[in-house]
Design a protein around this ligand. Structure first.
Ligand SMILES: *Cc1c(COP(=O)(O)O)cnc(C)c1O
Length: 370
């Protein structure tokens, strides 16, 4: 069997930047959830995305949790969120004993529909926050979303877990709303094996998030706590990997973009294939190349054929309002997300892919479509 081709897998720098920072942590014995790498990772990351403050955490999920907490989300509150996303966007709403209402996708972006967001804000009086996701590295249409949220006075949290390196009208995704979160899980565009970042221009809130993330230890020599805390800080070893990975982010975006353009060039003309939407205000990182099949061919046929060649592919995210665990919660929309799920396929977008791998993948698809 040939070596498996993955959707997106970890890719360390050729230069060994990551090892250098990890080595520094070892050399100084800072094998701890604090240290130079943690502080520098926060600074370098904030500078990279263009925001004032960042808190490095153990995961993107932890960052969403602390963003909700910082936004004051609690029992009885409603949080509006896209239905087309990964479950990690939603789970922290329940950690805060709040309730989600799922908003449908906009065909034009695949992300949260501003029209249905507005409808939901009119319909539900106790909305405290909105979580916007930038799926597959495509940015949501933030201008109308921000305008509507401002009108209703709700906090905006951007789940930019998949969109590090994506810009909306020149501004980095995750820095447009009140809070942004990023993930460094193994499948993301850069990885630390696991980790996350919470960003905001609100210094006080980021300081508070660091406090919650380290068991809410008050300023005192003895261990004193006046709030419930969490163990959510990133390790100094892992933060070193992040610092190294940050140096190759631009290169990874370039590689992901080339992968998308390869697919588009080879397959874009085929009857029945449409690629994920490109908008002129969006400068995506192309984390995953996704397409929809519109000629009645079942995407499972495509995924099965790729699997025979040991090539990983997946459907577009299954909408949250269809998930057994969430199906009792409300949904606002016209089921665009369900159509995307039924017709969508994510193609291998691993930055380690060689030209011959990409040609192999498109050959499999051409065999099906010709
Ligand atoms: C990966 C991901 C997360 C969660 O990040 P972790 O670091 O794995 O906790 C959240 N939201 C989306 C959209 C993701 O893709």
């Amino acid at each position: 069997m040939t070596e498996r081709i993955f959707l997106s897998s970890p890719h360390m720098s050729d230069e060994g930047y990551e090892m250098d920072y990890v080595q520094q942590a070892f050399d100084t014995n800072w094998i701890a959830p604090l240290g130079e790498n943690v502080n520098k990772f926060e600074e370098e990351f904030a500078e990279k995305v263009g925001i004032d403050h960042a808190a490095a955490l153990s995961s993107g999920t932890a960052a969403i949790h602390l963003a909700l907490k910082a936004a004051g989300v609690g029992e009885g509150d409603v949080v509006l969120c896209p239905t087309l996303t990964f479950s990690a966007t939603i789970n922290p709403i329940f950690y805060q004993n709040a309730e989600p209402v799922f908003i449908d996708s906009d065909e034009k972006t695949w992300n949260m529909s501003p029209a249905y967001l507005k409808q939901a804000l009119e319909q539900y009086p106790n909305v405290k926050a909105v979580i916007v996701v930038h799926l597959y590295g495509l940015s949501a249409d933030m201008d109308p979303i921000m305008e509507i949220c401002k009108e209703y006075g709700v906090t905006v949290i951007e789940d930019a877990a998949e969109s590090l390196g994506t810009y909306y009208k020149g501004q980095h995704t995750g820095t447009i709303g009140d809070y942004g979160i990023f993930s460094f899980n193994g499948n993301k565009i850069i990885t630390t094996s696991g980790g996350g970042m919470l960003v905001s221009n609100n210094e006080e809130k980021i300081k508070k998030a660091r406090y919650w993330a380290t068991q809410s230890r008050d300023q005192a020599r003895h261990y004193q706590h006046s709030e419930i805390g969490y163990n959510y800080r990133i390790s100094n070893v892992v933060a070193g990997i992040g610092r190294g990975q940050l140096k190759v982010l631009n290169k990874r975006v370039e590689q992901k973009k080339n992968i998308f353009h390869h697919y588009k060039q080879e397959l874009g003309h085929l009857e029945g294939i449409s690629f994920m939407p490109e908008n002129d205000w969006d400068d995506p990182n192309f984390w995953l190349s996704a397409m929809t099949i519109n000629n009645g061919i079942n995407p499972t046929i495509i995924m099965d054929e790729l699997e025979k060649e040991n090539i990983e592919s997946r459907p577009v995210w299954k909408p949250m309002h269809l998930q057994p665990v969430f199906q009792q919660y409300h949904f606002v929309g016209d089921r665009t997300s369900e159509r995307l799920f039924a017709k969508g396929v994510c193609l291998p977008s691993d930055t380690k892919l060689q030209n011959e791998d990409l040609l192999k993948i498109t050959d499999v698809l051409k065999r099906i479509f010709y």
